[in-house]
Design a protein around this ligand. Sequence first.
Ligand SMILES: C[S@@+](CC[C@H](N)C(=O)[O-])C[C@H]1O[C@@H](n2cnc3c(N)ncnc32)[C@H](O)[C@@H]1O
Length: 275
Amino acid sequence: MTELLMRESRFISDQQFQQIRDWLYQRSGIHLNATKKSLVTGRLYKRLTELDLADFDAYLQLLRDPQQSKEAEMALNLLTTNETYFFREPKHFEFLQSLITRGELQKRVRVWSAAASTGEEAFSIALALAGQFGLQDPWQVTGTDINTRVLARARAAVYPLQDSQKIDQALLKAFCVKGVGKDNGWFRIRPEIRQHVQFQQHNLMLPLQTTQKFDVIFLRNVLIYFELEDKKRIVLNMLDVLKPGGYLLVGHSESIHGYDPRLVQQRPACYRYQP
Ligand SMILES: C[S@@+](CC[C@H](N)C(=O)[O-])C[C@H]1O[C@@H](n2cnc3c(N)ncnc32)[C@H](O)[C@@H]1O
């Protein structure tokens, strides 16, 4: 492409940006605010050049083409924000621990990491449960996300060694393996832990199909991407699959206060379902 063409194709008009916002909203419920224009351009422009497309109109046409569902998946993967790390917001893990100590969570406990990203949250929960119950008990963690790229990384369960710093040494030693040779600088979650954790794609705007309800749901650092009515809808979807007496945990910068009278706040970012 000539330099002039490159500059033109990199330009995204307000109308094109609005169409991308609408498209993303329909697919995921995510509300991109107006300040995200340059972020969207940056994330999608690379695809435009890879596909040798003239401009964002051509890309939008592709996204709307039902024959091009792989491209739509790719765009969705590019547009979600997936930051996460092991034992993020440690107060929630202390709370989980306290529930186990006081016998509220038993060895059959089921926990849902509802915006799991690359899996660090689901594996942090699994490591905490393994530390308490061991590996023989039938506890289970389900991790879901709308983004198929991050789910593939979660299933691989391999992480940079520096990311292990937040993991308790005893848990790290017991349930993770440090890479050697070509895997130097990486660590892997042991298969015995991974057997207790399953990942699947799920859009939070829809109800989750499951035969068994959960004792605890982690819905952290994701509600920020939605508008109020959609946040409420997502929380209601959670209540459909949360056991009475179960807990819903949200990010500490998020509040669902007043969303539903059946949710009773126990401590910051931690609600009990009392129908
Ligand atoms: C910032 S990460 C949070 C990860 C983790 N819960 C944590 O607190 O560290 C937000 C995740 O929500 C996912 N997400 C966004 N919209 C979603 C939707 N409609 N359904 C399911 N997952 C969604 C994104 O793909 C992303 O991986």
